[in-house]
Design a protein around this ligand. Structure first.
Ligand code: SF4
Length: 441
């Protein structure tokens, strides 16, 4: 059978999808990254926020339309949305042929076989089971890949449903991660992007202590890997040893994704986040001091219940002062089943929208100033390939994480090699994107 896979949502979902691709391939199926003209399509959904649920439902509707038109055989709904709404998923997706939850990814070959036999299977599995050590087909790129080091989360932020969708925090054994890293390097990967819901907690469940620094030290020894990028560090778990390691190890890029969510201590407390606004400010100052050239990414929520004009103003002042180079800003989303669902003092939608606009404006100014400051600088860039629409090669420096940050366009080059590193000089900044020319080799 020809089976198409579509992955929605975050990098962790992407890894699950890549593992399902491998299992379908190992079961003898032809695999594709699109649904049309396939015998079956698997859509790996996100279910974290209402917006993600809607995106998943829209995609499922698109697939079911293809099915009705005879351009697709069957549809399997997998992942976070199926897991979160498992009781009502059949009603939500009446035309889908099978369902796989976040604890059931390993059963995908069986689910495919059951749909072929005319059944309508549900495989939800155990969301707290050990992380499956399944092979995968990397579908992101030939030169960078996500490396998932843990699954689930124990943090219980009051707005977040992830612990109930993805289970408790479970680290992968260090040897399994290193083996995967070596095999990715052998396949030509140059950059590994370390992901988990909270990478700073790595090892606590398996080894009784946090071992992210140990793991990173080992990963730096993997031959062929040039860049190691860290996504999703919980602020209060970043200790001095980890900071020193990041500063010292050349392979660990000076880019950290540190979701802080807010800066008002009152709101952080209501969010059930550990630490205060002062702790976050002190950490950021320390990180900037200890890691020269550091680029910081964060995510922020505005309009959380009880957020007053004063709390919001504190967030605006913080963004202007601390000038984080990258920020994802989201309006609070009321999620049924989360602790915050019943919180008093909701912020009106109109106010939430205005706050989101204001924060976005502030952040755009920060990004523009950052980009303007890059002009004239010499940077090492990983070539991503040729972009036909712009007629130019594109690449990323350590400051751009794939898929979420912009890229750097390289002018006047006709034969660069994707996956190779080049030194370029930034010549211009346009709407948050950088333009560069190659320096003499
Ligand atoms: S750290 Fe908080 S926001 Fe992030 S996945 Fe865990 S509970 Fe959700």
């Amino acid at each position: 059978m020809k089976i198409g896979f579509i992955s929605l949502g975050c990098p962790k979902n992407q890894v699950n999808c890549e593992q399902m691709l491998w299992q379908a391939h190992a079961a003898g199926h032809e695999i594709a990254l699109e649904a049309e003209d396939c015998d079956l399509a698997v859509v790996n959904t996100c279910g974290f926020l209402q917006e993600a649920k809607q995106e998943a439902l829209d995609e499922i509707e698109r697939l079911c339309t293809l099915k009705r038109e005879g351009r697709l055989g069957r549809v399997i709904v997998a992942g976070c949305m199926a897991q979160r709404y498992r009781e009502e998923i059949e009603t939500l997706c009446p035309e889908a042929d099978g369902f796989v939850g976040t604890g059931g990814y390993e059963s995908i070959a069986q689910v495919i076989a059951e749909t072929e036999a005319g059944k309508r299977p549900h495989h939800f599995g155990d969301i707290d089971a050990a992380v499956p050590e399944t092979d995968r087909v990397v579908a992101t790129s030939d030169h960078w890949a996500y490396l998932r080091i843990a699954e689930g989360c124990d943090n219980r932020c009051s707005y977040c449903m992830i612990p109930s969708i993805r289970g408790k925090f479970r680290s992968r054994p260090m040897e399994a991660i290193l083996e995967e890293a070596r095999s990715l390097a052998e396949c030509g990967m140059k950059e590994l992007i370390i992901v988990a819901q909270d990478i700073t907690r790595y090892g606590l469940d398996l080894y009784g202590r946090r071992r992210l620094a140990d793991l990173l030290q080992e990963l730096c020894q993997v031959e062929g890997i040039a860049w190691i990028r860290l996504h999703y560090l919980y602020p209060d778990e970043i200790d001095d040893a980890l900071i020193a390691l990041i500063a010292k190890e050349e392979k660990i890029v000076k880019y950290l994704d540190l979701p802080i969510q807010h800066i008002s201590t009152k709101i952080l407390k209501a969010m059930n986040r550990r630490g205060t606004g002062e702790d976050i400010r002190a950490l950021l100052t320390k990180l900037r001091r200890e890691i020269p050239g550091l680029v910081l990414r964060t995510s922020l929520i505005c309009g959380f219940p009880g957020e007053t004009e004063e709390d919001f103003e504190e967030l605006c002042v913080f963004l202007r002062e601390y000038r984080l180079e990258r920020a994802g800003i989201f309006p609070f989303s009321l999620e049924e089943g989360s602790a915050a669902y019943t919180f008093p003092d909701p912020v009106e939608d109109e106010v939430k929208r205005r706050r989101l606009e204001l924060l976005t404006e502030i952040q755009l100014d920060v990004v523009d100033a950052y980009c303007a400051a890059q002009v004239g600088k010499s940077v090492l860039l990983l070539c991503e390939g040729f972009e036909p629409e712009s007629g130019r090669y594109v690449g990323r420096s350590y400051a751009e994480s794939p898929d979420i940050d912009g890229c750097i366009y390289i002018e006047g080059e006709e034969d660069l090699i994707p996956g190779e590193f080049y030194r370029v000089r930034v010549t211009e900044a346009v709407d948050g994107e950088l333009i560069a020319i190659r320096e003499e080799a």
